[in-house]
Design a protein around this ligand. Structure first.
Ligand code: FE
Ligand code: FE
Ligand code: ZN
Length: 278
């Protein structure tokens, strides 16, 4: 059974997200741990979490994905900004201790003018400090489109971070289809080669989740504008190939397409249909 869901608003809490997910045919979901532009997280509601966990168990929701605010910059030049990234991530992971099978995804950051090497060192360093706390959640580095000075523009940069981390047993990668396509990986006509490259650089065992987004822009554009499934330059055929691929089909898939709930429901049904037919 395909494991698929979409990004949901966390404003009403975990139980509400669980119900929303089930309502649109999802069996997992993604949410922002707090306002995506940063800021304080809501007080932890343990009653809501307990109710959610019971509901999730009953309805087969598993391995939800928490997404860090995208403004975190673990490799900023300014120490205060780096410290803020650390504090936020630490707080997020402390809260995720209440959700046994959650994973945590973040954007590695932008090195601005320091160079990728310095950026990579800062990110690995932060992960080491985070991991001193022994949090259980698997932390995922997201593949990025390579806008500006984003780190994670290719598999090598992610591997450079992972290599530097003292204990990488709980570090993985979330592949965003729009980002890798915009980053120059031709998943539309060369999916096999891209996966081989991933395997040789990072190892497919690192791949723990995928963001399914079509792209408004062209291969290698380094832009990062998501399109609805089948309405961008990646196209439905590629998504069909991904969700049925023997090396990918067991992964949890998360839609981050420009949709309301009804739109997500349609895309989930469409991809489930693809998975059944093939
Ligand atoms: Fe993201
Ligand atoms: Fe993404
Ligand atoms: Zn994106």
């Amino acid at each position: 059974m395909l494991r698929i869901g979409c990004h949901l608003s966390s404003a009403k809490g975990f139980l509400a997200m669980g119900k929303e997910a089930v309502g649109i045919g999802a069996n997992t979901f993604q949410f922002f741990t707090r306002n995506p532009r940063g800021g304080k997280a809501k007080a932890l509601d343990t009653e809501d979490i307990a109710a959610y966990l019971a509901y999730a168990q009953e309805h087969g929701i598993a391995q939800i994905l928490a997404h860090a605010p995208y403004t975190l910059n673990a490799c900023a030049k300014d120490e205060g900004i780096r410290q803020f990234a650390y504090n936020t991530m630490r707080d997020d992971l402390e809260r995720l201790e209440y959700i046994p099978d959650a994973m945590y995804n973040f954007h590695p950051g932008s090195h601005v003018k320091q160079g990728a090497e310095a950026g990579i060192a800062y990110i690995a360093d932060m992960l080491d400090r985070i991991q001193e706390h022994g949090f259980h959640a698997t932390i995922l580095l997201e593949t990025m489109a390579g806008k500006g000075t984003e780190i994670g523009r290719n598999f090598e940069e992610l591997q450079a971070i992972i290599e530097r981390v003292a204990d990488s047993s709980r570090i993985g990668v979330c592949m965003d289809t729009c980002h890798v396509f915009d980053g120059g990986y031709d998943i539309t006509s060369q999916l096999e080669q891209v996966l081989e490259e991933f395997e040789s650089v990072l190892g497919l065992r690192r791949l723990k989740a995928m963001h399914l987004n079509d792209s408004m822009n062209l291969l290698g554009s380094h832009k990062d504008r998501h399109a609805k499934i089948g309405e961008g330059n990646i196209g439905l055929k590629t998504f069909e190939a991904i969700v049925t691929h023997p090396k990918l089909r067991e992964l949890p898939f998360f839609l981050e397409t420009p949709n309301d709930l009804a739109g997500y429901q349609k895309e989930i049904a469409l991809l489930r249909q693809c998975a059944i037919i093939s």
